[in-house]
Ligand binder design. Sequence first.
Ligand code: NAG
Ligand code: NAG
Ligand code: NAG
Ligand code: NAG
Length: 430
Amino acid sequence: MSETCLEGCAAKTQTVGFIPGVILFICFVAAIGAALGIVLTADKYYPSQSISSINTFTSTYVPSTSRNIISTSSVSRYITAAMITTPATTMKSGWSNTGSMNSTRYVHTASILANGKILVTGGQNFFEGVLNSAELYDSSSRIWTSTGSMISRRLFHAASLLSNGKVLVTGGRDSPNSFNSTELYDPSTGVWIRTSNMIYARSSHTASVLTNGRVLVAGGYNNSNSLSTAELYDPSTGIWTLTGNMNYARYVHTATVLTNGKVLIVGGYIYNNINSLSTTELYDSSTGVWTVTGNMNYARSSHTASVLANGKVLVVGGAGINGNSLSTAELYDPSTGIWTLTGNMNYVRSSHTASVLTNGKVLVSGGYVNGIRINSAELYDPSTGVWTVAASMKYVRNDHTASVLANGQVLIAGGLNGTDVLETTELYTP
Ligand SMILES: *[C@@H]1O[C@H](CO)[C@@H](O)[C@H](O)[C@H]1NC(C)=O
Ligand SMILES: *[C@@H]1O[C@H](CO)[C@@H](O)[C@H](O)[C@H]1NC(C)=O
Ligand SMILES: *[C@@H]1O[C@H](CO)[C@@H](O)[C@H](O)[C@H]1NC(C)=O
Ligand SMILES: *[C@@H]1O[C@H](CO)[C@@H](O)[C@H](O)[C@H]1NC(C)=O
């Protein structure tokens, strides 16, 4: 009921006489919440934002995801239900709980290691602030365990799985600064070591592992502006070198490695502007040059971008003009450089996740819309271009992570539910 309301509160309140009191009440609360959210987040894109509940932030801009943190709330910690031990193959389709992380966290990263475990790093919560802790999920036992902590506390950082099996974590921010430091996680020892600093400090950037094994870091935010700079990390030397600048400075964008090896950068924000970008550009790793490609039909940031089996890129939702969340989705065709609208989602959302399932469909989960977090999930079928509503997640969340496990299940971890940061994790069985 409340989901229907999230989408259509305004319409519903006009038909007050026809809906049961309980729905009316939910709508009323949601409408107040939405109004409050708008008020509280009116300055969310501007440098004057202060998130008093997180004393590690001061008066600097915090991108998309930290909007609408209302006040410090006591973080309720609890031991979750016993671990589920049913084999994945016998689990019925839909969502199931799968234990909890030790720390609540959102705006963290999740990487799938070569051994199949999921490494979660950093992020923040209201209780510990910005985190340096890291945790591992074992998909066979379905248990979370702590692993070595990062040297630096980080949120709005990026994590990249290198071909040598190590994970490179880059930049991010603690209070109040973005930084240039990077570190490497060795799954065989569970230990983090520093590697060279990036040339530029950045957070809310992207990091893409190129087909030649190097890591391309692009854009981001440096405490005073959005960045157009890009640099490359060579895992064999541990050295960063500058490569061409993007045509547009941006942060909270996405980067997608195409099947032809080029990197597609999409949307994002330019500093101090509530409106997202519709521009997109391609990086050619053989020349180090960026080329502008087609504009999207809708400007977006805090969207998702997924490579489909046919090589096209599906871009979904996000925050558009005036920060309003979108239900639109569009496809990029690398052979023509053109964006084409595809079916609209059933729900408007930004700061959600998108996962390409082994059956080729794309699962979208959770997200944020006008001050409210949602638990709805839906599936995109690339053969028809149509979205179908799937079972809802057990928990409302945005700025969570989603990882497709080797067995085809999707692991959702953490996130923000509006009042609290979550340690809960859940599995989607297709
Ligand atoms: C779990 O998190 C708490 C802080 O919330 C920390 O003090 C404790 O050491 C952590 N436990 C493990 C096993 O990492
Ligand atoms: C990285 O940041 C540190 C600390 O702000 C600074 O001293 C250093 O010059 C920066 N750049 C590099 C390449 O280390
Ligand atoms: C941030 O980036 C802008 C644009 O490149 C640059 O002018 C500014 O000096 C940088 N600020 C910091 C604090 O590094
Ligand atoms: C957020 O999570 C907390 C702790 O789990 C819970 O008490 C609260 O009801 C949740 N809020 C929403 C909006 O789901």
